[in-house]
Ligand binder design. Sequence first.
Ligand SMILES: [Zn+2]
Length: 452
Amino acid sequence: MKRFLHVIVVSAVVLTAATQAKAQSNWQVGSDFALITPQKSMWMAGYASRNKPSEGVASDLYAKAVILDDGAKHKAAIITLDLISVPRGLRDRVAKRVEEKYGIPANAVMLNCSHTHCGPVVRSPEASITDIDTEKVKQAVEYSQTLEKKLIELVGGAIENSVPSTLTYHRARAAFAMNRRLPTEKGLRNSPYPDGPVDHDVPVLKITNAEGKLTTILFGYACHNTTLGIYEFCGDYAGFAQTEIERAHPGVVAMFVMGCGGDQNPYPRRTLDLAMTHGKTLATAVEAALQTPAVPVEGSLQAKLDHVEVTYAAPPSKEELESRLTSTNKYIKTHTERLLKQLEKEGQLRTSYTTLVQTFQFGDDLTLIALPGETVIDYSLRLKQELSDRHVWVAGYSNDVFAYVPSKRVLNEGGYEGGGALIYFTTVLHPGPFAEDIEERIINSVHQQLEK
Ligand SMILES: [Zn+2]
């Protein structure tokens, strides 16, 4: 009854107060970071052609975490990593432990990697199809185990740092990413393709404390983090962008969230100077985004995660595989040998793979979609178009970087991201390209999660 009376006496002044009250959400947010640069020389991830371990450090690598609590019992943990990939086993164990130790549901834990090609090889002990006893794998497993412990502590640190906060969403653009699937007379070539699809959005989640001080910035970009292929550890453009933002805003934790940059490269590339330049460009775009009108991000927070099965196209026959053994390409040869071994041992090749698709809904204000694998740009463009009635942030490279994840278009065009690169993945033995419906299966999962 009291409430009813209150409504009757509502005035313009009260309305203003009510609007302000809505903007003051009950978010409790904390963030933290941990140094994850290997303390010794290690084999590096990203280019199969690397022939020696790392030699020094060009820039440090970090893991960072932000804990979001909407004040209504919904929590999430977003962890970003200056690393090539998120091994599935690592994600599963960290998520489980975070749930047990801190009460944040495993489904609401997101791991996203920057995909720097100048970080260490990270390998889950249970998921390796190759070289299990070599020094290279041994150190990658050890690194992964130390990392796991660090990530659990990191989440604990972020929880301890939690304070009443305000969230706003912003957006700008940066243009150094270009499509890298250049059509030529001899087929697709990994080269700048100015007419190919891109997504230049730079989404930004700004987090301020009760005093209005900036504490945490999450920002995204859809571009391979591959300016460099050096033998020094380095976060590449994404690392430099984070450093640049943190330098401009002392005390702030800046977190890079990789988008659907599977078929996008930074151009030009190949020098440390260029990696720094792209980092500065991206940091400048983030600063520009912060000057755009703020979109208030209220709760309530809803996190969902689905296990999505993707299937492969018809596998090669034994005869077909045997004929490939004469290939002069050593990667094709090794991959074929492994497939034949699997065929002999298990009687058949893998027919499907089950991966993770995750969504976070911040009320009606923002939808963060976390897709697995090396997701190509079509996913980002399609989801933004199909969900154009809301603010959508599409991340790729999340939770389970098991393969390139082509769209139907990219799959049918073929080339490296369409299926050619699958022979280089060392944690899942892919028999060949995915079936055409891979895109529909992933997109359907997103829509289902958002509808429920
Ligand atoms: Zn890649």
